[in-house]
Design a protein around this ligand. Sequence first.
Ligand code: ADP
Length: 170
Amino acid sequence: MAKTQQTIAIYPGSFDPITLGHLNIIKRAAVLFDKLIVCVMVNSEKNGLFSYEDRAALIQRVIDGAGLTNVEVDCSTELLVAYAKRKKARALIKGLRAVSDYEKEAQMALINRKLNPKLDTLFLTSSEKYTYLSSTVVKEMAYYGADLRDFIPREIVDDVREKINSRRTN
Ligand code: ADP
């Protein structure tokens, strides 16, 4: 039988900036769905290094570099379930690094499913290479001048270094 509707998933996050851990999850989720939307969620809590637009532009460059043709990049100020509904998404993708991620993420998944019972959350466990990795660690490493190539995609290394340096001199 012909498939009538595309299966769409959303991978939401702060991505300040995108790391190799995020990219690993993106690549794995992209093969499971017809379309994956990586969405930078505008969140008043986090004081960011990059603007939301810049984060999305960096992700786009990495996606293009990786040749991931079924991955889109977006930015949203909406409630995640409302955004997912508008995009006709079937699932949310979350990466789990450690048991400590699980508690918060499981609670969010339950809330989101209550708000929209048709939307499921799929957890992908982090590749063991990247379980220690977070955007916060990357910013810390960049601040101390560490080599960033083991942490973030090469296409964005210079941008992160320059941004950290400009913060330092301002
Ligand atoms: P952080 O600022 O902690 O890096 P984000 O909000 O940008 O986190 O993360 C977005 C999503 O990516 C979350 O589901 C998070 O659990 C997941 N994630 C973050 N880093 C990794 C990693 N190294 N491996 C797997 N998943 C990750």
